[in-house]
Each structure stands twice: as structure tokens, then as C-alpha cells.
Design a protein around this ligand. Structure first.
Ligand code: ADP
Ligand code: ADP
Length: 239
């Protein structure tokens, strides 16, 4: 079944930078999709249109049956709670613990009072701990985030995204700041999240070989257009 569909989506910055032009594609539930392409191709813009961190200018973005470009504030809040976001630079709060950062992932979607007071139920704490354990971070739970390695920080970023029980993870260059070993750990976790948890994963990657190795499907982007949409086996590495 289709979870996400782009129909003729275009995005222009200012008056003359066309970042996306008539982009069409669909993503099925549970699929692992990598977006590849050169710097400036529009990958990050595309990914950020999916949770409306960036607003597309035209077209339709259908998520779970609704055109998200028509959503008002409350719809947007609900939409973002269904889409976890993972960033290249982790975007953690360094002076807080791993546990607090992960629970923090819920804040945007809860009442301000709970947010300010940092009140979490036993069940929320139990779930956060379980996710951290799955990601191999049980030893790090009470450490401050600035004491972690890059790979550990990114696993916290993934845990923070997962704690809101999303249908989809959007990962913007999640391994661009990591060494090869840490990158492999992160990609293995993302693949596992898709395969065993059934969560749809969409990831922007510079590393074409990594994209080919891990993905069910590749979207090749160049100059704001989709230039390839198909299985990894259809990509000719000699080009
Ligand atoms: P990629 O992620 O593939 O490197 P981006 O989506 O970041 O590509 O950028 C696509 C195009 O849009 C580029 O020409 C970039 O310079 C431009 N762009 C991206 N963000 C902005 C912005 N906030 N304001 C103006 N132009 C932007
Ligand atoms: P990076 O440097 O890793 O690419 P950005 O600077 O692009 O990250 O992050 C953009 C901003 O979006 C950050 O300030 C971050 O706090 C904020 N942000 C984090 N999560 C979300 C979310 N789910 N939806 C909207 N904005 C978010």
C-alpha cells in the first residue's frame, strides 16, 4: 500500500532558485528509500517538504490519504508526530542526558505544562529505555550528550525520533559526519527499523554505494528533478 505520494511538486526559493520541479514519486509502507544526487540537487528540500519543515509551492503531497499541503496548525502537529526526523548534526541538547533528549522527542506534541515541567509517565520512561536498549545505548542512558561519540549521538537522534511511534523516519544525511564503522552501525539500525518494525525509512545519502547496499529503492535527484526511480540493481556504477 502507498504511504506517501508526490504529485507534480515544485519548490522555488525566492524568485529564481528552482529547487524542485514537477517531482512525482510514491513510497510504499515499510519501504527503505534512499535519495541520492549531487550537492545542490534538491535532496534536502525534497525530504523537508515531506514534514513541511519546508513548504512546497505547488503540487500535492499525499500522506496516508491526505494532502498535507492543505494542513493547518493542528494537522501539521499530528503529521510531524508521525514522522521522526534524523539530522546530520544530530540536533541534540548537549547539556541534557541521553534519556532527557529522547523523552524530549515527545515534547513538541504534548502540552506546554508537561513540556516545561518535564513530567513523563512510567510508561513513557519504560518505552524510551526500551528503545535506547534496542539501539545499544543502555550504558549511556544517564550520560550527558556531549560525552558521546558521533555514532552514539546519532543513535540518540534515532531513539528520539522513534519514541513518538512514527510511521516514517526522515533522515537527512545521517552518516555524513561519521566514520565508516559508525556509519555501518547507523545504517544497520535504520535497515532493521524498516525491516523489523515496519517503519518507512527515507534517507538522503551522499554515499552511493551505501545507498545501493541498504535500500529497497533509489530515487536519483539532479537539478530538482527525479532522474532515476527504481531498484538499486538498476544503477550503473560506471556512469
Ligand atoms: P541538496 O540537499 O541536494 O544539496 P538542497 O535541497 O539543499 O540540495 O538545495 C537545492 C537548491 O536550493 C540549491 O540550489 C540550493 O542552493 C537552494 N537552496 C536550498 N535551501 C535554500 C534556502 N533556504 N534559500 C535559498 N536557496 C536555497
Ligand atoms: P542539520 O544541521 O543537522 O542539517 P538543521 O540545522 O537543518 O539540522 O535543523 C533545522 C532545525 O529544525 C533545527 O533547528 C531543529 O531544531 C529543528 N527541528 C528538529 N526537529 C524538527 C522537526 N521534527 N520538525 C521541524 N523542525 C525540527
Amino acid at each position: 500500500t502507498t504511504l506517501l505520494e508526490f504529485k507534480k511538486v515544485s519548490k522555488q526559493y525566492g524568485t529564481d532558485t528552482r529547487a524542485l520541479t514537477d517531482v512525482n514519486f510514491t513510497v510504499r509502507k515499510g519501504e527503505f528509500v534512499s535519495i541520492i544526487g549531487p550537492s545542490g540537487a534538491g535532496k534536502s528540500t525534497l525530504l523537508r517538504c515531506i514534514n513541511r519543515m519546508i513548504d512546497a509551492n505547488s503540487g500535492e503531497i499525499i500522506f496516508d490519504g491526505s494532502n498535507i499541503l492543505e494542513f493547518k496548525k493542528s494537522g501539521l502537529k499530528r503529521l510531524r508526530s508521525q514522522m521522526g526526523m534524523v539530522f546530520q548534526h544530530y540536533n541534540l541538547v548537549n547539556r541534557l542526558s541521553v534519556f532527557e533528549n529522547v523523552l524530549h522527542g515527545r515534547l513538541g506534541y504534548k502540552s506546554t505544562l508537561e513540556g516545561v515541567l518535564g513530567i513523563y509517565s512510567k510508561e513513557e520512561k519504560r518505552q524510551a529505555y526500551a528503545i535506547l536498549k534496542t539501539l545499544g545505548l543502555e550504558e549511556q542512558v544517564y550520560k550527558r550528550c556531549d560525552q558521546l561519540s558521533g555514532g552514539q549521538k546519532q543513535r540518540v537522534g534515532i531513539a528520539r525520533a522513534l519514541v513518538q511511534n512514527p510511521q516514517m523516519l526522515l533522515c537527512d544525511e545521517p552518516i555524513a559526519s561519521l566514520d565508516p564503522n559508525a556509519s555501518k552501525v547507523i545504517m544497520d539500525h535504520l535497515r532493521n527499523i524498516s525491516t523489523t518494525m515496519g517503519i518507512t525509512v527515507i534517507v538522503n545519502l551522499h554515499q552511493v554505494d551505501t545507498a545501493l547496499k541498504y535500500s529497497d529503492r533509489i530515487l536519483g535527484v539532479n537539478k530538482g528533478s527525479i532522474v532515476y526511480d527504481g531498484p538499486p540493481t538498476g544503477i550503473d556504477r560506471e556512469q
